[in-house]
Every structure is written in C-alpha cells, then in structure tokens.
Design a protein around this ligand. Structure first.
Ligand code: TRH
Length: 398
C-alpha cells in the first residue's frame, strides 16, 4: 500500500487492565485509581479484570462481589476467574495491561496475536526508587512463539521512568479541603472523633503487623501535648488491642496519658485520601498509600512491604536517598520503624528529633511534590508511550 493511502492508526480507545490481588489492597488500589483516571481524564473505555472482588469491595463499597460484570464509575469491572477460556479478536482491547506480571489468560494472548493492528501490551511493574529501573523502563519483551511484544512500564520518581499516579484535580481538591477547617472537622466527626480528639495532634497509622507500634504508642502516651492516633480496623491489631485493653473493633477509643487511640472502620479509598489530608502526620505502607501520602503534603513515615533477605531495606534506602523531603531525623525514624536499625533503640529520642524537624519536613514535602509534578503523571505518560508504540508499529507495517 502507498503510504498516503494508509489509514493512520486512530487513537487507542479501549483498554483492558488485569489485576491479581496478591496480598492486601495495594494491587487493586492502584489498578482502581488508574482505571478511573483513564476513563475520566482520557476518555478510554476501560475493562478492569479483578480476581478478588471481595478485596476490591473493601476499598470501593459500590462493588458487588457476586457479580460477573458490572459498571462502576464508568469502568467495566469483570470478575477474572482462573478458568477464563476462549476469546476472539473482537474481545481484545487496543491496550492490554497486566499489573505486576500477573499472567493474563492464555486464550486472551492467543486472540491478541490475531488482532490487526496488534494491541499494545504492557506489564505495569511495582514502584521502586532503585536506579536499575531506569534501564528497564519501556524495554520490549518479544513473545517466544507469537507475533507479539510486551513492554515493561515502571512507575518511578524521575523522568527516566513512568512517574507516579496522580489525578489532574487532586491538588486543587486537597488544597480546598485543607483550607476549609469546617469541612475537615465535619469529616473527622463523621469518622467518630470527639472535639478533643480533633484538636489534638492527629496521626494516622497504617502499617504491617511487624511494625514496632507499641514502642511509639508509649512515646505518644508520655507526650507533652495530646495525640490522637487513628488506626483502621485490623491494622497492628495485636498492639492496638493491648493498648486498648479490649478488642480493636471500629469505634473503640481509649485514652492513656496524652494519647487517645481510636479504631476507624476501613473506609472507601477516596475517604482514605481525605484522612491523609486531615492528619498532621501519616504512617503509610506498601505502594499506594505511600504515594498518596506524598500528595497529602504532610510529613509521613513509610512502612515498606517486607521482602525476603531484607530486599525491602535496599528499596527503602533507595527512596530515602532519592527524596528531597528528608531530614536525618526522618531517616532515623524510618530505619527504626522498618527494622533497619536494631534494638535497643531510644524511641523517645528518635521521636523528639523527628518532631522537632516537622516544620522543615513539611516545607521539604512541598518542594518534593513540585519536583514530582515535573515528571508528569503516570497514566498520561503511559498513554504517550502507548501512542509511540502504535506509531512505530504502523511505520513497520508500511
Ligand atoms: O494494602 P497494602 O499493604 O498493599 C500492598 C502494597 O501495595 C505492596 O507494595 C504490594 O506488593 C502488596 O500490596 C501486594 O498497602 P497499599 O499499597 O498502601 O494499599 C492500600 C490500599 O487500601 C490503598 O489504595 C488505600 C486503601 N485503603 C482504603 O481504601 N481504606 C482504608 O481504610 C485504608 C487503610 C486503605
């Protein structure tokens, strides 16, 4: 065909995002944010395939865990079952994303190979600040037997990576909420906080079970000013139960010394963002709450997802080295919190040093956010890459 006769590849309009819930809520948390953003900001028809609708329902109560196909916030949600079998080329989306190398159904891959043009196939990887990611981001991986190429796409903290998930209106929504004291108080009251709890230093606590929670609770108990610790039900359950002297059920609240610990219900994802905006300090974990804490513009401490042979310590240090919103006291607290430094530790000292640096850390967080904005947001970066792959494959076809 003569090049002028070629029907230029129209923009990709449909996307299938495959999500296997390996553990907890981060996998579906990230995929759900991304699916909505693709639909709302880029007008892409998204089908989100999820193998565990019950986990999904925890962060998005609109999900019906017993339904095979449903539409939520403009996204088609499909229950992904192991036995998912045959597909034809017409079932295949323009863009196919497997989250975290989740092995999409073989029947789907076979149908992808029959499409013309072929879909753009990406493996969306996990977030790390380690340097090797820059060399692997967007690398192609040809299928061993089918005429298909998968590309790796890595989120990250600089413009040699895919950037971080961030919705266009997020900043303005957060700023509006944080500058509206009445809205913030109403939100906290709705979560069950009393006046006294609202007017204390508010700390949200989301971490894995092995975090040294008891050590910090002791420090806060002896603080000079009141502290409210807000912890979602099921998080650090043993330590919280011991502090409370009763079951750590949503709604439970006990004060000892300067500290009140309140157990919150697990709340919808959008409300969790607001909780981060409404607290003075946030303890976050994994990948998604870690990124959201960066957008909250408040000091945060990261409890990193544990890996064999302490690989997560390498990742933690890579981030602490990369971020510009860090002080020596924040590094010391992060190391103590993540088991990088070993007991005996002087927890009151570690906390007081961090506390003294809070204004500086808050100032640095703003600079860090601006720096991250320069990289663009991950969803837009991903679509730009998709378009470049489509353009290149069209050129090859000429
Ligand atoms: O739940 P996590 O521990 O998920 C983890 C990490 O993503 C980890 O990197 C990954 O390898 C592992 O899963 C498989 O933490 P994370 O990433 O912060 O995800 C929590 C999600 O839950 C996030 O989207 C926020 C949401 N959430 C709510 O919607 N409501 C709540 O009340 C809370 C506490 C969280």
């Amino acid at each position: 065909m003569h090049s002028t006769e070629i029907n230029t590849n129209p923009a990709a309009k449909t996307l299938a995002l495959f999500c296997k819930v390996v553990d907890n809520f981060g996998d579906i948390g990230i995929c759900w944010r991304m699916a909505r953003q693709l639909q709302q900001e880029h007008d892409i028809a998204v089908t989100l395939w999820v193998d565990d609708l019950r986990s999904f329902q925890r962060i998005c109560p609109l999900v019906d865990a017993d339904v095979e196909v449903q539409e939520i916030a403009g996204v088609t949600v499909r229950h992904w079952r192991d036995q998912q079998g045959s597909f034809t080329a017409t079932d295949i989306a323009d863009i196919v994303i497997e989250f975290f190398a989740c092995n999409i159904p073989p029947g789907y891959i076979e149908a992808m190979a029959k499409c013309q043009p072929r879909p753009v196939w990406l493996n969306l990887e996990g977030l790390t600040a380690e340097e090797w990611v820059e060399g692997c981001h967007t690398l192609p991986s040809p299928h061993p037997s089918l005429p298909l190429t998968k590309h790796f796409f890595f989120p990250g903290f600089n413009n040699k990576t895919g950037g971080l998930l961030r919705e266009t209106s997020l900043d303005s929504e957060r700023t509006a909420f944080q500058s509206d004291a009445a809205a913030m108080e109403a939100f906290l009251r709705q979560l069950g906080l009393t006046e006294a709890e609202i007017h204390a230093t508010r700390i949200s606590l989301f971490c894995y079970p092995h975090a040294p929670v008891t050590d910090l609770l002791k420090v806060w108990q002896s603080a000079d000013t009141p502290v409210t610790c807000l912890v979602p039900e099921g998080v650090a359950a043993e330590a919280i139960q011991t502090f409370l002297g009763q079951a750590a059920k949503a709604g439970a609240s006990v004060s000892r010394g300067a500290l009140t610990v309140r157990v919150l219900p697990f709340i919808p994802q959008a409300d969790y963002d607001k909780l981060l905006w409404a607290c003075d300090i946030n303890f976050v974990r994994g990948e998604d709450s870690f990124v959201r804490a960066q957008w909250a513009n408040k000091p945060f401490i990261w409890h990193i997802y544990p890996q064999d042979e302490n690989l997560h310590h390498v990742k933690l240090n890579a981030f602490l080295k990369t971020t510009t919103s860090v002080t020596a006291s924040l590094v010391a607290l992060s190391h103590a919190w993540n088991g990088v430094s070993h007991p005996p530790l002087d927890w009151p000292d570690i906390w007081l040093a961090f506390q003294a640096d809070l204004p500086e850390i808050a100032r640095l967080s703003g600079n860090w956010q601006e720096k991250m904005h320069e990289n663009g947001d991950m969803t837009s970066n991903l679509l730009k890459f998709v378009n470049s792959v489509r353009a290149a494959s069209q050129k090859d076809a000429v």
